[in-house]
Design a protein around this ligand. Sequence first.
Ligand code: SF4
Ligand code: SF4
Length: 220
Amino acid sequence: MQTEGFKPFSGPDAFRVLSKAKARLNLDKMEMEDILNAVSSLGVLMETEIALIYALQDQICTRCGWCCTENTPLNAPKDELKRIAAFKKSSYKKLKKRIRARPNRDGTMRLTRHPCPFHGDGCSVYSVRPGVCRSVPTNMILASLAGNGSYPAKCEISDDLMAELVIKRALEEKMARETPDLMKEIADKKREEMGRLSQMTQAQRFQHLVSRHKARLKQV
Ligand code: SF4
Ligand code: SF4
């Protein structure tokens, strides 16, 4: 669980997330208090919730390019740049020169061009983009919740990801109140699932969490 610098999720960002969640929930069947509590409690995210939004962001990214112009210059490990060079059918040396990559002290490379040299009409290396790009906007959301940066409001999917968590938490609250026995059963299953998740690779874990979340939304 990420708890560092915890404070309730509030302000204009929380209002936008609240309206997105409300638009997706059947408000006749929900208590507004559950939804409001779910929004303000987003100051702390559970590990499985973080994994869920990491997995979802890959599926719903609109490729708007904001992070490619704002989130630069990039730092990327050499092997990620070598993978991009192979994808571009170029040598690593030529690619390095073209993107003006400079070595950092920690062995990674800094892409000094701004905006990102791979950004044109969208990302030209999307399938092999560096890990730092794959972690946007969840890494920025987590940093902002910990008080280490601004909430990435200009990323087109940040509010959608947070709204997913509001819906998840509000539904859990409703179930806990209305069907405590079922919730106990679910808690037992969750413990079993945590054991299974720990045996999976990260990719399998992400896929599993997304499928389970989608199945749960179908039941709403
Ligand atoms: S800003 Fe957000 S939606 Fe836009 S490309 Fe980056 S991650 Fe995707
Ligand atoms: S590598 Fe692609 S996703 Fe990453 S900043 Fe550059 S254009 Fe954007």
